[in-house]
Design a protein around this ligand. Structure first.
Ligand SMILES: O=C(O)C1=C[C@@H](OP(=O)(O)O)[C@@H](O)[C@H](O)C1
Ligand SMILES: C=C(OP(=O)(O)O)C(=O)O
Length: 422
């Protein structure tokens, strides 16, 4: 399926969706705690449903209560099935793989065609070094894991995905001998480790940071059930802010930030560097954008999910945008560096693709085009916004938004976007 977009001007109010990463963490941690937890204001999306289904498979009771859910767990995993389908969710399959090593049955974890290309081997190597038996399809899903691991000391590279580290951390307190976690080389997406540690603390577990982003000690502990309110998602907010910059600054965005670390808060500083004035007053964000944006050089190592929302701003810059140090954006739902380079060039942007990023220059010859989002939700939404700035575009795979922002199209239409589903 495709969608067609025309030049649009937006205005009015929109609420930022709830945070996907925190929703994943809250559900998994509540599933490892004994008794009932309440998780309020969760993001309901394809990815978070994958996590709910994975936890239900571990024998956890999860019930809907309006916008909230209750999660009631027992002390021991009771497998309902030996296969977990994580659909399109990298976070789900990484965390569920580590948790599966707590069981002594063989568990197969798989996903959709995109997930079957996502790297898993560093996590499997770490689990095998702890005594698990693992298999994979050339390092990708479907994978299998059988425990039971008891913990000890483990090392894992940090240059591919922080999710491998988050997965081991979340599982560690359940291990008889706890875990000493050594991260080799540079660690990408660092703030997601901070998010994991923050959330583990919310569920009663302490992580000892011996050397930040290098070495952590997690003794055996019990997670404690709690009530947790999910904050807004800065990854989705970034797209809304780019829409306001490109399509109309009379947009006010309602957010509930909370006080927890989010990698993609970096969007605020990046937009301000490019000349955008952002105000936050009583949980409402407003922006003022110059006629032409300054460019800038942006290290996205810690916030790879910002690459689509920032790249499309090249449509309104007077100077180049250089994005670097984010090779791991190639291992997401798609190779986001390659797809963004290929598709934004169709609009007339002058793009130089590099191994670890992009250099984007505006041009005077912007033109409509048929854009292929490769069924990547963040690319679909970014290309939609770009297409409504340039006009006369089609974008493939609108159904991909179910992954992180299911009502994106209806919400954008409500604030004035000319989006038409073919
Ligand atoms: O831990 C998480 O919730 C996530 C970590 C990041 O992945 P990497 O650590 O693989 O960069 C990010 O891209 C993803 O959307 C969510
Ligand atoms: C890459 C993403 O998530 P995941 O790694 O969980 O698939 C994303 O939401 O952009």
């Amino acid at each position: 399926m495709n969608c067609r977009v025309e030049k649009s001007e937006i205005s009015g109010k929109i609420a930022c969706p709830s945070n996907k990463s925190y929703t994943h963490r809250a559900i998994f941690l509540a599933s490892l705690a004994i008794d009932k937890s309440i998780i309020k204001n969760i993001l309901r999306s394809g990815d978070t449903n994958a996590t709910i289904n994975a936890c239900k498979n571990f024998g956890v009771e999860i019930k809907d209560v309006g916008d909230d859910i209750t999660v009631t767990s027992a002390s021991v995993l009771k497998l309902h099935s030996n296969t977990i389908d994580a659909a399109n969710s990298g976070t789900t399959i990484r965390i569920a793989t580590a948790i599966s090593a707590l069981a002594n049955d063989k568990i197969v974890l798989t996903g959709d065609s995109s997930l079957k290309k996502r790297p898993m081997q560093p996590l499997l190597d770490a689990l095998e070094s702890l005594g698990a038996k693992c298999s994979s399809s050339n390092g990708n899903p479907p994978i299998s894991v059988s425990g039971t691991i008891k913990g000890g000391e483990v090392k894992i590279p940090g240059n591919i995905s922080s999710q491998f580290i988050s997965a081991l951390m979340i599982t560690a307190p359940k291990l008889e001998n706890g875990l000493i976690l050594n991260i080799q080389g540079k660690l990408v997406s660092k703030p997601y480790i901070d998010a994991t540690i923050t959330m583990m603390k919310k569920f009663g577990v302490e992580v000892e940071t011996k050397t930040p982003y290098k070495k952590y000690i997690i003794p055996k502990q019990n997670y404690k059930s709690t009530t947790f309110v999910i904050p807004s998602d800065f990854s989705s907010l970034a797209l809304l802010l780019s829409a306001a910059v490109l399509l109309g600054e009379n947009l006010t965005i309602q957010i509930s930030t909370g006080s927890m670390p989010q990698a993609d808060e970096a969007i605020i500083d990046i937009l301000e560097i490019m000349g955008v004035v952002i105000t936050l007053d009583k949980n409402v964000i407003k922006i003022k954008s110059p006629e032409k944006l300054d460019g800038g050089k942006f290290d996205l190592s810690n916030s790879p999910d910002l690459i689509p929302a920032i790249a499309i701003l090249a449509l309104k810059t007077s100077k180049p945008i250089e994005i670097f140090n984010v090779e791991h954006a190639r291992y997401k739902e798609t190779d986001r560096i390659a797809v963004i380079a290929r598709e934004l060039a169709k609009l007339g942007i002058k793009v130089k693709e590099k191994k670890d990023g992009l250099v984007l220059n505006n041009s005077d010859n912007l033109t409509g085009a048929d854009l292929n989002s490769e069924n990547d939700h963040r690319l679909f939404m970014a290309f939609c916004i770009a297409g409504m700035y340039v006009g006369n575009c089609t974008i493939s795979d609108p159904e991909s938004v179910k992954i992180s922002y299911p009502n994106f199209i209806s919400e954008m239409k409500r604030i004035g976007c000319k989006i038409f589903l073919d």
